[in-house]
Design a protein around this ligand. Structure first.
Ligand SMILES: CC(C)(COP(=O)(O)OP(=O)(O)OC[C@H]1O[C@@H](n2cnc3c(N)ncnc32)[C@H](O)[C@@H]1OP(=O)(O)O)[C@@H](O)C(=O)NCCC(=O)NCCS
Length: 169
C-alpha cells in the first residue's frame, strides 16, 4: 500500500481531454458502485458526464474545482469535484459533488487528501459550511466524511440518501 504522501493532489488539467474523459468515466463507475449496474450504468451518457466535468471548470457556469490525485507512477488515483452551491433560501455552501478513488489505491489516505484540498479551496472561496450526500448504504463514503468531522444532517428515506455536513472552524 503506498504512503498517502506519495500521491500528489492537484487541479485537473482543463486542457487535457484525457483527464476529463477519465474523471467522467470514473463518475460513471461511482454511480455503478453506489447504485448498482442497472441504475448507475444507464443514468447518464459519456457526453453528459464529460460536460458535467467541464461545467465545474467553466467560471461562467459554475464556481467549482476538480482535483485529481496522482499516484507515484503518474496515473490518476482519484478525484473530487467541489462547487459553491445555493440552497432554496439562497444560502451558499460548499458541496462535495463526487469523491472517487480507484480500488487499488484505497485505504491509503488518498480520499482524505482530496477532501482536505477541496475544503481548503472552498474555504478560500468564502465557504464555511460544507456538505456532501450519498446513498445511505455507502458506508465507506460516510465513514470518510465522519472521520473528517462531518455528521449526518438529513436522511431522505424515500430516496435512501443521507446528507453529511460540517461547519469549518
Ligand atoms: C469512499 C472512497 C472515496 C474512500 O477513498 P479512500 O482513498 O479509500 O479513503 P481514505 O483512505 O482516504 O480513508 C480515510 C478514512 O475514511 C474512512 N474510510 C474510508 N474507506 C472506508 C471503508 N471502506 N470502510 C470504513 N471506513 C472507511 C476511514 O476512517 C479512513 O481512515 P483509515 O483508513 O485510517 O481507517 C472510496 O471507497 C471510493 O471511491 N468509493 C466508491 C466511490 C464512492 O462511493 N464515492 C462517493 C459517491 S457520493
Amino acid at each position: 500500500m503506498p504512503e498517502p504522501s506519495a500521491h500528489v493532489v492537484r487541479p485537473i488539467d482543463p486542457d487535457s481531454a484525457d483527464e476529463i474523459a477519465l474523471v467522467a468515466a470514473r463518475m460513471k463507475l461511482t454511480l455503478i458502485e453506489v447504485l448498482g449496474e442497472r441504475e448507475g450504468g444507464t443514468l447518464y451518457t459519456r457526453e453528459w458526464l464529460e460536460d458535467r466535468v467541464r461545467f465545474h471548470l467553466d467560471p461562467e457556469r459554475c464556481q467549482g474545482r476538480v482535483f485529481v490525485a496522482i499516484a507515484p507512477g503518474g496515473e490518476v488515483s482519484g478525484h473530487c469535484i467541489v462547487r459553491v452551491e445555493q440552497d432554496a433560501a439562497g444560502r451558499e455552501f460548499g458541496l462535495f459533488s463526487t469523491t472517487y478513488v480507484a480500488p487499488e489505491a484505497r485505504r491509503a489516505g488518498v480520499a482524505a487528501a482530496l477532501v482536505a484540498r477541496g475544503e481548503a479551496w472552498l474555504r478560500e472561496a468564502g465557504m464555511r459550511e460544507m456538505e456532501t450526500y450519498t446513498a445511505e448504504s455507502n458506508t465507506a463514503l460516510i465513514a470518510l466524511f465522519e472521520s473528517r468531522g462531518y455528521a449526518v444532517t438529513l436522511r431522505v428515506p424515500d430516496k435512501r440518501m443521507v446528507v453529511l455536513g460540517r461547519t469549518l472552524d
